[in-house]
Design a protein around this ligand. Structure first.
Ligand code: Z5A
Length: 216
């Protein structure tokens, strides 16, 4: 194995970005080359798609089908422009969301046919699959409290996906549970309600065994 592809998943405010930054520091300290990417986005083209998906004032009429394809257009670009070359160079790629988000949000959340969603994902990523996926789980009230505390320090920016109703986010949570149950070898559930340090320790425990087998 050359590089490592690690994806982070979970509902909004579960602490992915915080843990990715912490893990990147830890890996750098070990002399590893780390590449951080986020979805949707992560490339110049992907960031334009991200704006269309989330913040554009022209995105109100977006259909679930268009959302699915735009998420995967961003992903197809990211995989070929950044992820594959980084893995070939032996880097550790930490991905803030990857295709499980599509299954959870567009599949379970929006209710698109799961087989069709899976076929679109296959086309976007091919064989580029995560070696490990960390699913950070927090109860909805913890997620809401963290987001409220973060929002109180930032100017308001409209986000179309956040405008979905409560039932949508409940379906997303159930979707993540189904994804983890279907692929327990790859998808590891992390209890993310604890302190930042404790959650980081749980993540390290899952990742450490993989490090010896990768280069870079
Ligand atoms: N989406 C999709 O529908 N389909 C797809 O295929 C893909 C994505 C790829 C991307 O949003 C949206 O796109 C997302 C899914 C959808 N939509 N929703 N809704 P994004 O990139 O803008 O945001 P996000 O991925 O949902 O993450 P986030 O909101 O930035 O949260 P986070 O990265 O998981 O959490 P954080 O920023 O690290 O932490 C949140 C706050 O909690 C912050 O103030 C921290 O300091 C605090 N925090 C973190 N950890 C702790 C602990 N352990 N204790 C206490 N406080 C903590």
């Amino acid at each position: 194995m050359k590089g490592l592809l690690i994806s982070f998943e979970g509902t909004e405010g579960c602490g992915k970005s915080t843990q990715i930054a912490l893990l990147a520091e830890r890996l750098h300290a070990l002399g590893r080359t780390v590449r951080l990417v986020r979805e949707p986005g992560g490339t110049p083209i992907g960031e334009e798609i991200r704006h269309t998906l989330k913040h554009s004032d022209k995105n109100h009429a977006m259909t679930a089908e268009a959302e699915l394809l735009l998420m995967n257009a961003s992903r197809a670009q990211l995989v070929r422009e950044i992820i594959r070359p980084a893995l070939a160079a032996g880097e550790i790629v930490l991905c803030d969301r990857y295709y499980d988000s599509t299954s959870a949000y567009q599949g379970y959340g929006r209710g698109l046919d799961l087989k069709l969603v899976s076929a679109v994902i296959d086309f976007a990523v091919g064989e580029t699959r995560p070696h490990l996926t960390l699913l950070l789980q927090v109860p909805a009230e913890v997620s809401a409290a963290r987001l409220a505390s973060r929002q109180s320090t930032l100017p308001f920016i409209r986000d179309r996906i956040e405008e979905a109703d409560r039932d949508f986010f409940e379906r997303v949570v159930k979707g993540y549970q189904a994804i983890a149950a279907a692929d327990p070898q790859r998808v590891k559930i992390i209890n993310a309600t604890d302190t930042v340090a404790a959650v980081g320790a749980g993540i390290w425990q899952q990742l450490e065994p993989l490090l010896a087998g990768s280069q870079g």
